[in-house]
Write a protein of this length. Structure first.
Length: 94
């Protein structure tokens, strides 16, 4: 007597194209201490979000309204500010 083993066909997982890291293009808050404004350095939008306590959309709205200065430079298309540009907003004299 012959024994036949039948396996159910394995279902292949569909390829996911969903971004697992969150929405692309949105800045994320980055840790930054206000005391570091005395040191020379460059700030990303995430640093400004932490310093001002605002979301990414509020940051870009305030930039458009002129309440936050334009970036000092762009590196690979990303805006960067010098600490000396942002420090006066917090009463820090450089």
């Amino acid at each position: 007597m012959a024994v036949t083993i039948n396996k159910a066909p394995t279902a292949e997982k569909p390829a996911t194209t969903k971004n697992l890291k969150g929405k692309p293009g949105h800045a994320k808050p980055l840790p930054f201490n206000q005391a570091d404004l005395l040191k020379p350095g460059r700030l990303k939008p995430g640093h400004l979000m932490t310093l001002f306590g605002i979301s990414h959309s509020t940051l870009y709205k305030r930039r458009a309204d002129g309440l936050i200065p334009p970036p000092d430079l762009k590196e690979y298309g990303r805006p960067l500010w010098f600490t000396s540009t942002i420090a006066p907003f917090f009463g820090v004299k450089g």
